[in-house]
Design a protein around this ligand. Sequence first.
Ligand code: NDP
Length: 305
Amino acid sequence: MGMNRFVGKVCVVTGGARGIGAAIAHRLGLEGCKVAILDVDREAGEQRVKMLSSMSIESIFIYADVSNEDHVREAIDTVYKRFKAINVLVNNAGIGFSGKSLEEQTLDEWRRIIDVNLTGPWLCSKHAVRYMKLSGGVIINIASTRAFQSEPNTEPYSASKGGLIALTHALAISLAKYGIRVVSVSPGWIDTSAWQIPPKGSRLSPLDHMWHPAGRVGRPEDIAALVAFLASDEASWITGVNIVIDGGVSAKMVYLDESVIEEGLAMLFQDRGVGKMFRELIERLKSYGSVEEAKKRLGEILEKL
Ligand code: NDP
């Protein structure tokens, strides 16, 4: 890697015990940054700091729920007391939500997602700025492509990430006078298995990778590399914006034609052969001239099964 862009700097990474946050903490640390990890997973946080220390990265773990103002205030004060500066804040801690229809979603569930994913970054920014304004710095918010695109039944998560992108430009304008830049990064699908404690094997299939124009699902290291660039002086003219990093998925136009059905069925059955077989079936049915004839022939095929 050979870069030392953060020698003498201090970063706070929320949710840095495992997953994307851990890769960010590791990358910034490798480039010379002192690292403070704030997380609610105490065991993983302490383990992560041991791993960083074994690589001569100066780091501390502080137990803090980012949605709790007392925790955040005390944690930020502890970081400043220990390292005498805060230059980079990465608001990465976040929790997911899916699988419940709008009518089943409870107000408590909605509030918890918004509290952690949106109020958390606001609270951490509010308290870190007390120290960041002394030296200038960078705040990076980890949003999601789900701020722009949704599967059904994900309202709290999508709304929290959309809010985080709006918070980013609001903060960028308010904090510019202190020499603080604020940027958000929106990852697509990231396989975090290798950055768990202990690391896990990937459960992805070749087809999961194939769906991505870049040829693979993302890795935490991809996000960490972008965060390191954005936090560095090389990005000194970038503020107030959101950067999508998703292997090209959100740029991919999807029309419902034979190729999408083939790809979709291949993914559903995790078998390219099944997708191909159904595509051939569709081609055959289309050749029958009328919908009625196609239905009749399909009926005959199904009866034989
Ligand atoms: P993980 O669940 O792997 O890790 C998140 C870490 O944050 C965990 O250690 C978790 O602890 C901790 N955490 C959860 N809630 C809090 C809280 N209230 N205060 C402090 N720490 C907390 O997450 P990922 O690495 O997958 O995701 C990191 C960020 O990236 C999130 O904001 C996520 O929304 C975003 N993202 C992830 C994508 C992905 O595909 N993985 C895609 C797009 C965005 P515990 O497990 O104990 O709750």
